[in-house]
Design a protein around this ligand. Structure first.
Ligand code: SER
Length: 619
């Protein structure tokens, strides 16, 4: 069956059982600043699970676009993706276990109305109870499964880690106000030989790839109480006003089960994109797959195929939903997906632009249910082309510098100065027969990250999350601007926030009055003079006290480690500006003035009480 077939059958099945089919909520949650993405079907329905009445009634079903950034490292095996569709049916205080488990079983096994799966391949799990919270075992679910006809040796019970569901995990981890309950999962046995590296015995929750979870019925009936004195034991929970069912099933995995092929990247929606990758790499995905003894252990080529397929599908949904690559929040996640894909394409030997072409394969695949993907084809294409070109430039530049280094390759400098990924340096070095001391590089990177976190991430509250050439230039321009503001307005000016992208820089600073045109012109003039002067930008690591003595500018309220890195514009003993900062920066201010560019203040406005905000560009 195809993705469309399974989605339709599921929604029809529950519509026939008096469920109202509701549309997917957007992938970026509305009115919920606490989370970047919708990551499960229940998320948009939390208010109703808590007791509010839903306008469509007490029985709902849908297919929800979901994205789990936390699974990004898992992508590469046979069953994990960051983006997926979650089929869901809900009882808001209406039916409960006695209906839910038989219905789902019926959907899985019935040939006419459902998927017609072989019942012998189904395994189920139930909640074994949890000592820490005192929550009892769900023996009722076991009895229901037995009555349905599931054999004893296909029923397994696990503790809270596996068979308790809340967005925060096990009962003890749930914050006050969070809802949760015991759940019962169904697994499909793909019949692959067990891989003992994952444990002596295979069982539904074994990670070897033989069993894949295809649906989870959560009996959402508890809420964590407000009274902190009750701790995390059973007393800390109270029953929700109504007992709910929250069912979630991974659509792609269900499709894979109908094909009896454990590899979810073989389902129809990936066909077109996979074909593009095959023709561009000259490798056949199926051949790559066949060369491994099992799906748990993946070859790097297979991983690369899968990562690109997953990430480009997710990127298409994000771009069509209005997200753009950027340095913060959703935009940063999108940028990460694109850049990771590009590195994987490189591993497949694809050296020219490819991502837009891969993503082009998803428009048609989702046309029937998510027309907006098809309709956004142009945007998806142009944004991917732009981002890919920009990152390729970073890579080319870094590669050039790496060549210049000969046999003494400095992965750390390549990363901090040119944004060149460390893993890539390692691989290239390997090609030259040079084994880099990765432990030492790692240690330096960790130190750098700590410094960046303390110095840059806290300081630049909005984040300087990428190291594209233009972003780095704006970062240096930002240092020049802060100093120029102090020279024009006075030394009470300090930075209070910042956000730097490849399009512009933004600074929030302590100052109460609107700046006059003369003041703005004076600031611009000073910055442009420093650019024209071609001053070196120098990084020095030193004791915190020493940096303070030098008067290095630092962020209000930030705490710094004992050893800090400072960046000076101009030599340290004769600097125009000195700041605590993790970098990266240009090597020389003249780079900001390339092609006759001038620093220009676009906007000066109030940000909050006593804080002004400037947006500026180099153009
Ligand atoms: N909330 C459960 C899950 O996300 C079932 O929908 O797995």
């Amino acid at each position: 069956m195809t993705v469309s077939d399974v989605r339709k059958r599921y929604l029809d099945f529950f519509a026939k059982r008096e469920h109202v089919v509701i549309p997917s909520a957007p992938i970026v949650p509305e009115n919920d600043p606490t989370t970047l993405f919708t990551s499960s079907g229940m998320q948009p329905l939390v208010p109703y699970l808590l007791g509010q009445s839903h306008p469509e009634g007490a029985r709902l079903a849908d297919s929800q676009m979901s994205f789990r950034a936390e699974d990004i490292e898992e992508v590469g095996d046979n069953r994990h993706t960051t983006f997926f569709e979650m089929l869901g049916n809900w009882s808001l205080g209406d039916y409960f276990k006695q209906e839910q488990l038989p219905w789902f079983y019926e959907f899985l096994t019935n040939k006419e109305e459902g998927l017609g799966l072989d019942a012998n391949k189904l395994y189920v799990t139930t909640f074994a109870g949890d000592e820490e919270s005192g929550m009892p075992a769900d023996t009722e679910a076991v009895e229901i499964w037995k009555k349905i006809g599931i054999a004893d040796d296909h029923i397994f019970s696990y503790g809270a880690k596996k068979n308790w569901w809340s967005r925060a995990g096990v009962p003890a981890k749930m914050p006050v106000g969070e809802i949760g309950g015991p759940d019962s999962e169904v697994f499909y046995d793909f019949g692959l030989p067990h891989d003992p590296t994952f444990g002596a015995e295979c069982h539904p929750n074994c990670d070897c790839g033989r069993f894949v979870e295809i649906g989870n019925s959560v009996f959402m009936q508890f809420i964590k109480k407000e009274d902190p004195s009750t701790g995390s034991g059973q007393a800390a929970f109270k029953e929700l006003p109504k007992k709910n069912v929250d069912f979630g099933g991974g659509l792609e995995r269900l499709v894979a089960a109908t094909q009896n092929d454990s590899d979810i990247f073989m389902i129809d929606v990936f066909d077109a994109a996979r074909t593009v990758l095959e023709s561009r790499s000259g490798m056949r995905y199926k051949d790559v797959v066949r060369h491994t003894s099992d799906v748990g252990r993946t070859t790097s080529y297979m991983r690369s195929f899968r990562i690109i397929l997953d990430h480009m599908r997710a990127a298409s949904f994000m771009l069509a939903s209005g997200i753009r690559p950027g340095n913060t929040e959703q935009g940063y996640v999108l940028r990460r997906l694109i850049r990771r894909s590009l590195r994987e394409a490189d591993k497949l030997g694809i050296k020219d632009a490819v991502l837009a072409e891969v993503a082009g394969g998803f428009g048609d695949a989702y046309r029937d249910h998510y027309a907006f993907i098809y309709e956004s084809a142009e945007i998806i294409k142009s944004e991917l082309e732009k981002e890919e070109a920009q990152f390729r430039k970073t890579l080319t530049h870094g590669m050039h510098e790496l060549e210049k280094m000969g046999n003494s390759i400095d992965a750390f400098t390549l990363f901090t100065t040119y944004g060149f990924p460390v893993e890539l340096t390692e691989e290239i070095a390997k090609e030259k027969g040079i084994a880099l001391d990765m432990t030492a590089v790692q240690a330096k990177m960790e130190g750098h990250q700590a410094l960046s976190r303390a110095g840059a991430a806290q300081k630049f509250a909005g984040g300087l999350a990428d190291t594209a050439e233009q972003t780095v230039r704006y970062h240096t321009a930002h240092h020049l601007l802060l100093k120029a503001l102090q020279l024009v307005l006075g030394h009470d000016v300090h930075q209070r926030g910042s956000n730097i992208t490849s399009e512009r820089l933004r600074i929030d600073f302590s100052w109460s009055a609107k700046m006059t045109d003369e003041q703005k012109a004076a600031v611009e003039k000073i910055v442009n003079e420093q650019i024209a002067a071609g001053l070196p930008v120098v990084r020095t690591d030193m004791n915190k006290e020493e940096a303070e003595k030098l008067g290095a500018e630092h962020e209000f309220g930030a705490t710094y480690p004992d050893i800090v890195s400072v960046y000076s514009v101009g030599p340290l003993d004769n600097a125009f500006s000195i700041e605590f900062c993790g970098g990266p920066h240009v090597g020389n201010t003249s780079e900001l003035g390339e092609d006759g560019k001038q620093f220009k203040i676009l906007k000066e406005e109030a940000s909050s009480a006593g804080i002004r905000r400037i947006k500026a560009v180099l153009e």
